[in-house]
Each structure stands twice: as C-alpha cells, then as structure tokens.
Design a protein around this ligand. Structure first.
Ligand code: SF4
Ligand code: SF4
Length: 383
C-alpha cells in the first residue's frame, strides 16, 4: 500500500515537474532578460575533501537563513526561474528544508547538489515534503581512492534509499579526468544509475579556472563507452554540442552568458560568472540590476573555448536556439548515419519545432499550427 502511494505521488510529481520545466524553457525562449539558472552556496564547508575540488573548506559557518531568504527574494525579483543549491555540502546546513521551500514558494524550480553521505530514508522523506525538484549526487569511482571518496561502494545503499523513497528526480553525475584509479568505473556507475531508474551524466574535469584538462587515452575510451549508452535527448544534445569536441581536446565556439542567464552567488552574496571564475564581476546581489544582466549577456569570456562547466553550457543552448533555431538544432542533433535531418530530431523537439518555429516553407498547415501555438502559449501561462 505504502509502495503504491509513493509510486502515485512520484508519478504526479513527475508530471508537475515536466510541466514547469517546459514552462521554464518557454519563458527563457520568450525573453532573454532574466537569469534561467542561479547557483547559491548556503555554506562552503564540506564533510569530504576530494583532491580535485576547489569549492569547499573545512571550517566555514552556515549562512543564516534570513540572509539566504533575502537572496532568494532578490533572485526572484530579477526573474530567475531555477535555483540550484550547491556547496560545500548543503546537507550540512541546518535550515536546508526552509531554503528549498523558499525557492519553491517564489515560483522557481529547486535543485540540490550533494555528495549524498548524509542521506537517510527519513532525510529523503523530509526532502520530498519541501518540494525539491531535482537532486544530483556525484559518484567518481567504484571503490574509494586518494582522489575521491564519492564511491559506489559507499553510496550504493543511499542510492537504494533514493530509489525507494524519493519523489524528486535523481541524477548521478560522474567526473572523468579527475585522476581516479579506474576511469572505466564511470560505465559501471552509469549502468547502476539506470538500473535504479535514475538519470546519469558524465562531466569532464576542469582546472582552477574552468578549463579543460586533456583526457588520457584510457579516460577517452571510458568517455566513448559511457556516452554510447542510451540516454535522453537533452543529455545527448549537450554531449554533441559541447563535450564531444572537448573530449577530443578541441575548443568550442560559443557565447557564455554567465553573469546574465546564469549566476553564481557565493556564500558572501556576491555574483560571480561561475564557480571557477569567482571575482568576475564580483558585485553584491543586492546591487545587481537588469542593466548588469544586459551587459553580461553581451560580454565575451575568453575562457569559453575550453570551458567544461555543463550547467552554463546548457543555459547557453537555450539562447543559441533563441538566436538561430534551425542552426542550433543542427548543432545539437547532428545527423547520425545517412538519415534525413528532420527524422533525426527527437519527437519532443519535432513537436516544438512544428508549434513554434516559422515553417521552412509556407504551406497549407499554417492556420492549424497557429491554433495549436496559441493553445500551447495559453496552457503554459506565458501571456
Ligand atoms: S564532496 Fe563536493 S564539495 Fe565536497 S570536496 Fe568533494 S567535490 Fe568538493
Ligand atoms: S566560459 Fe563561462 S562558465 Fe566557463 S569558465 Fe568561463 S565564465 Fe565560467
């Protein structure tokens, strides 16, 4: 009975989440004048010390809840649609549940990145009650080593609890190139994630300024093996657009919109481009205005070609689509084999293209499409 209730609630939450995700993307496509995603850091302290990480300390205090709620208010005022809580380790913050509720009550999507060590069935049920949308756990290897203790052996029990109790979406992320003993572990981790019904992604290690560190031959082989596994279309689009070239050691041509469409708010309440470009622009969130968003939308970041920060790249894909939809789609979904282009596109993209893009050639279907387009805009409450 309990299991059936959880499955029912999970299904209901999935539909609700998908609807709000589609609305987030639609809002981002309708206007480029608001942040799509902001990372906030409620505390810098972490209970682990991964060798490759420059985003934690072992002593800092949690940011008081009233200060965090004020920052959420400011982000909502700027029109932010999604907030990811990161760290350090956010589960160490005594008021984490209130932070998540604060995000959701301001109409934004709430995501959490954690190392998972502090998860218990009761903690997962509490997270359900806050309205959390997505949770990401990073797992770097199968057995702990000197580089990382975020290991499948240590965390598998937590993953089983998540599979049993979580009503939010779970993603397992593995970082390749961090120097863990067996790079091919990412394949085992990805298979385990899928077996438990989770999504999974693989990231590429960066240096202290967000720049690619070239993969060794073994790491490259592990990357090829893991990315050849079946995956959702939005993950495959990110790999095709950005990661494929980086894994081969090649640069990407793109416009990073950090400071505008993506904001990184550190524990001191300053706006930075991203976790690896702290200090730029380094302006207090209290003083951040639409004029700053506009300026940073256009500013060129010299670190972009070899950048490996996936959340900023995902956001940039929305703007690429906004600026030149058909060119962007061709880059996100390059033809595989000899299939004609339109049949290569995933079904949801074909439907959205049909609904919202002007036809490549005028044809008799247009009046019908206009009716559906108006209905979709109404349903997403975009007017
Ligand atoms: S668990 Fe995350 S925040 Fe903590 S040291 Fe490792 S990578 Fe850094
Ligand atoms: S390109 Fe953008 S996201 Fe990447 S390191 Fe530079 S500022 Fe950060």
């Amino acid at each position: 009975m309990n299991f059936e209730l959880t499955s029912l609630r999970r299904a209901f939450r999935r539909v609700d989440r998908r609807f709000r995700e589609v609305r987030l993307v639609a809002k981002a496509l309708k206007s480029r004048r608001h942040p799509i995603l902001a990372h906030i850091i409620p505390m810098r302290r972490c209970n682990l010390s991964c060798a490759y990480c420059n985003e934690y300390d072992s002593a800092s205090k949690p940011v008081p809840i009233q200060i965090i709620l004020r920052r959420l208010e400011l982000l909502a005022d700027l029109g932010t649609t999604s907030v990811t809580i990161s760290g350090g380790e956010p589960l160490l913050h005594p008021d984490l549940d209130e932070i998540i509720r604060g995000i959701r009550s301001r109409g934004m999507m709430a995501d959490l990145i954690t190392n998972g060590y502090l998860l218990t069935p009761e903690r997962i049920r509490r997270l359900n009650r806050t309205g959390l949308d997505h949770l990401q756990i990073s797992i770097d290897n199968v057995m702990p080593d000197d580089v990382s203790k975020k290991s499948l052996k240590v965390l598998d029990r937590k993953l089983q609890w998540l599979a049993e109790h979580a009503e939010f979406a779970v993603n397992i992320n593995s970082v390749l190139g961090s120097g863990t003993r067996n790079p091919e572990d990412v394949v085992t981790i990805t298979r385990r994630a899928r077996e438990l019904g989770f999504e999974s992604t693989v990231g590429l290690i960066h240096d202290g300024s967000g720049q690619l560190q070239n993969l060794s031959e073994t790491q490259r082989a592990a990357y090829d093996a893991v990315t050849s596994l079946p995956k959702p279309f939005y993950t495959s689009a990110l790999y095709d657009r950005f990661h494929k070239s980086l894994a081969a050691g090649l640069p990407n041509e793109w416009h990073c919109r950090a400071g505008s469409r993506y904001l990184y708010i550190c524990e001191d309440g300053l706006v930075h481009y991203c976790s690896q470009q702290r200090g730029f622009p380094g302006i207090p969130l209290e003083q951040y205005t639409p004029a700053h968003l506009e300026r940073e939308y256009h500013s060129v970041k010299s670190c972009a070609p070899y950048c490996t920060i996936p959340c900023v790249q995902r956001v940039a894909m929305i703007d690429e689509f906004l600026e030149s939809p058909r060119t962007a789609l061709a880059r996100f979904f390059p033809p595989h084999g000899s299939e004609p282009r339109s049949r290569d596109l995933p079904m949801p993209i074909r439907v959205l293209t049909w609904l919202f893009l002007p036809p490549a050639k005028e044809n008799w279907k247009r009046p019908v499409v206009n009716t559906f387009t108006r209905a979709a805009v109404w349903a997403l409450r975009l007017k």
